[in-house]
Unconditional design. Structure first.
Length: 69
């Protein structure tokens, strides 16, 4: 399944890499919202996908930080 492979890739990364990916995903979400507001976005489902990816990244960061304590 696509999401399980994505989660495996995320879990293999360091916390610093995950934070960098989180910043990148938030920038992408901002751009998608801006495009949607100006009626330039064709695939509105991408917003939902990026939001879920942000939540996944944040969850894995939290898990790794709890393990490190």
């Amino acid at each position: 399944m696509k999401t399980s492979r994505y989660l495996e890739e995320l879990r293999a990364q360091s916390v610093a890499d995950l934070h960098a990916q989180l910043v990148e995903a938030k920038k992408e979400l901002f751009n998608l919202r801006f495009q949607n507001a100006t009626n330039q976005l064709e695939n509105t489902g991408r917003i939902k996908e990026v939001r879920k990816n942000i939540a996944r990244i944040q969850t894995i960061i939290t898990q790794k930080e709890k393990v490190a304590q």
